[in-house]
Design a protein around this ligand. Structure first.
Ligand SMILES: Cc1cc2nc3c(=O)[nH]c(=O)nc-3n(C[C@H](O)[C@H](O)[C@H](O)COP(=O)(O)O)c2cc1C
Length: 324
């Protein structure tokens, strides 16, 4: 999660028994190195040993020459992170090849797992058949942060992908609007191999969100989470590929944008609001499950709780069959 998940959150998720990702997002080279070393020190992993977390890169930012995409990616590879997550780019194949070529030049034995985010069957087929992704992340319209404008609900998306891709396909993990172990259990029974929780972890002390942002998430209801381009216009982050917008909490920035207020005015109000850390102006990305989140909890505890709930629910579900 760009701007929200750094080395500390990623490491704590892994310590809890999940698999944590840090979001490289808009980070500079120096910041990226420093977040990876934070993760390494929390996980107490030697400098040469593989790092049991992943790093997410935004394809369109890697593509922009001023962001030194190749250098950013090579930091993750030097750190031997176990996974790289790629999304929202016009040429993800180029970066997949770069990862694979770097690994074969270095004669790396354990290859970095490549996660590719998709939001349609067609994209899943490309990721599986053409790009040989190791894991496919099926992202439904409920997901917080950026995603497809196509508005396919998660259950429909996961079922359609599972029906369309071959038996020996990469595992599918489901993302979007998930809050608890019941959600995880339902997706596992549907046939997904795992699930991605984003917004839920914004409510951990280890996320890079501020207390003001966390409080806004706690008080938000489900209907407060909307898909919009308002925040990208306001922050001038407009390099996203076509067909991508973001899901966040509705506030006055969204209202101004929807009313057609001049973009310069929207921007200046946004930046004024940012100085005050005003939740009614700044972006607070949030998935559709936000209305079910009501407390701040350490990331490790969140993973453990989801796991416990999921196990209990799967056991209870099995009793439905034993009565046959
Ligand atoms: C604050 C925030 C930042 C995100 N940044 C990224 C990102 O950099 N790359 C990406 O592929 N997805 C990003 N996402 C989307 C997540 O990968 C994931 O699909 C989403 O959080 C799942 O939905 P949920 O938030 O309802 O759990 C972000 C989500 C949030 C909430």
């Amino acid at each position: 999660m760009a701007g929200a998940s750094g080395g500390s959150l990623a490491a704590q998720v892994t310590l809890g028994g999940g698999f944590g990702f840090l979001g490289a997002g808009y980070e500079t080279i120096e910041k990226h190195r420093s977040e990876l070393s934070i993760a390494r020190s929390i996980l107490k992993v030697d400098a040469q040993a593989p790092l049991p977390i992943g790093v997410g890169y935004l394809g369109w930012l890697l593509d922009d020459p001023k962001n030194k995409g190749q250098e950013l990616l090579s930091i993750a590879l030097e750190n031997r992170v176990q996974a790289i997550w790629l999304s929202f780019g016009n040429d993800l194949e180029k970066w997949i090849q770069l990862i694979r070529n770097t690994e074969s030049n270095r004669e790396v034995k354990e290859k970095t797992k490549i996660f590719i985010v998709v939001s349609s069957v067609q994209e899943a087929l490309v990721a599986a058949n053409k790009w040989k992704a190791d894991v496919i992340v099926a992202q439904g319209t409920e997901a917080g942060g950026h995603g497809s404008t196509s508005r396919t609900p998660l259950l429909t998306l996961v079922s359609s992908i599972l029906a369309a891709i071959p038996q020996d396909c990469p595992p599918i993990v489901a993302a979007g609007g998930l809050v608890n172990g019941g959600h995880l259990a339902s997706l596992l029974t549907l046939g997904a191999s795992g699930a991605v929780f984003g917004t839920r972890f914004l409510l951990s002390p280890e996320s890079q969100y501020t207390d003001v942002q966390r409080q806004a998430l706690i008080t938000a209801s489900t209907s407060d989470s909307v898909r919009t381009m308002a925040f990208d216009y306001a922050r001038n982050t407009l390099g996203w590929p076509r067909g991508i917008d973001g899901r966040g909490l509705h506030n006055s920035t969204v209202e101004d944008f929807e009313k057609g207020v001049d973009v310069d005015v929207v921007r200046s109000r946004y930046h004024e609001g940012a100085k005050r850390n005003d939740p009614d102006r700044i972006v607070i990305w949030a998935g559709a499950g936000v209305g079910m989140m009501d407390k701040i909890q350490p990331a490790k505890e969140i993973v453990e709780e989801i796991h416990r709930e999921c196990t209990e629910i799967l056991r209870a579900a099995a009793t439905l069959l034993s009565e046959e």
